[in-house]
Design a binder for this molecule. Structure first.
Ligand code: H2B
Length: 109
C-alpha cells in the first residue's frame, strides 16, 4: 500500500504501475522513474516540453529533465515523499500522450 502520509508507492505498486508505462523504467541509484523521448527536431521537443510545463505548473509537480536538440530525458520523483507517488505516474502518462505529437521514429539511444 502507498505510504499514508507521503503517498510514496510501495515497490510492488510501482512495478504494477510501470506495466502500464512500458517506456518508463526505474532510475538507477534512486527512487524515481525515467524515460528518454526523441522528436523530429528541436521545435517538436520544445513544444512537448511546453505542454508538459503547463501541466506541471497546474499539478504543482515538476519534472527533472535534460534537453539536447530533439532529445528530452525525463526523471520523475516526488521529492517530498522520497520516491514515486501517483502524481509521478499521472504525469508520466500525460507526457506519453503529449509525446505522440511530433515524435520521431523509435528512439536510438
Ligand atoms: N515536484 C516534484 N517532482 N516533487 C515534489 O516533491 C514537488 C514538486 N514539490 N513540485 C512541490 C513542487 C513543492 O516544492 C511545493 C512546496 O509543494
Amino acid at each position: 500500500m502507498a505510504n499514508t502520509t507521503t503517498g510514496k508507492l510501495a515497490i510492488e505498486e510501482l512495478k504494477q504501475a510501470l506495466k502500464r508505462l512500458p517506456d518508463w523504467q526505474l532510475a538507477g541509484g534512486r527512487e524515481a522513474i525515467t524515460r528518454k523521448f526523441q522528436f523530429v527536431d528541436f521545435d517538436a521537443a520544445f513544444a512537448f516540453m511546453t505542454r508538459c510545463a503547463l501541466l506541471a505548473a497546474k499539478m504543482d509537480h515538476h519534472p527533472e529533465w535534460f534537453n539536447v536538440y530533439n532529445k528530452v530525458e525525463v526523471t520523475l520523483a516526488t521529492h517530498d515523499a522520497g520516491g514515486v507517488t501517483q502524481k509521478d505516474i499521472d504525469l508520466a502518462a500525460a507526457m506519453d500522450g503529449y509525446a505522440i505529437v511530433g515524435r520521431d521514429v523509435t528512439p536510438r539511444f
